[in-house]
Design a protein around this ligand. Structure first.
Ligand code: NAP
Length: 172
């Protein structure tokens, strides 16, 4: 299994439960030191040593491509991926940008997650066993949420609304 944002919150809890069930888990994390610490606690708590930290920053296409290359080729290649848990996400209080110049929440919660999934889709479809892809979302997208097609990058708005921009990214 691959779990993004596995160092805290729902992603960490998911990793721990998968570890308890004997799964081999790649903790896809931005902060490697934090991941090493959390991994150690999960291994000690579950007795499952097959938990691995791999660095990925979902705000960088280059980082995502490097992460996928290591998962799908060379000596760190995984034979199969039974599940991709797209959990990583953030709420930014002010407008910040990804390396590619996209508003950060739209860039991480939607575009980065989309790129990761798209790059892993073919190997997952080509493997012998079926795979499941999970997107951790929020039910608030069903309340007053629309994609602002005229301003996807939150450039034109005079007042940046973190909650609305987050909801838009999750709806996308
Ligand atoms: N908690 C809630 O009440 C709630 C409600 C509705 C939906 N959700 C959704 O549930 C998911 C998890 O939420 P949570 O509350 O567990 O959040 P959290 O505790 O803040 O954890 C978010 C994780 O995402 C990672 N992350 C953030 N930016 C990243 C980036 N650029 N690249 C890679 N990883 C990145 C964080 O890594 P760092 O530690 O490096 O920052 C962290 O591990 C999110 O998708 C969120 O939208 C949560």
């Amino acid at each position: 299994f691959v779990v993004t944002g596995a160092t805290s919150g729902i992603g960490r809890a998911t990793t721990e439960q998968l570890a308890r069930h004997g799964a081999r888990v790649i903790m896809a994390c931005r902060d490697r030191d934090l991941c090493v610490k959390e991994r150690r606690d999960i291994v000690l708590g579950t007795g499952n040593k097959q938990i691995y930290c791999r660095q990925v920053d979902l705000s960088s296409y280059e980082s995502i491509r490097n992460f996928v290359a290591k998962l799908t080729s060379g000596k760190t290649k995984m034979d199969q991926i039974d599940g991709l848990i797209n959990n990583a996400g953030l709420i930014a209080k002010e407008r910040r940008l990804t390396k590619e110049g996209t508003e950060l929440m739209f860039g991480v919660n939607h575009l980065g997650t989309f790129l990761l999934t798209a790059l892993l889709l073919e190997p997952m479809l080509n493997q012998k066993s079926p795979a499941r892809i999970v997107f951790v979302n929020t039910e608030t997208i069903f309340r007053d949420t629309n994609v602002n097609w005229d301003d996807l990058n939150s450039e034109k708005t005079t007042k940046f609304d973190p909650i609305m921009v987050n909801k838009q990214s999750k709806l996308a």
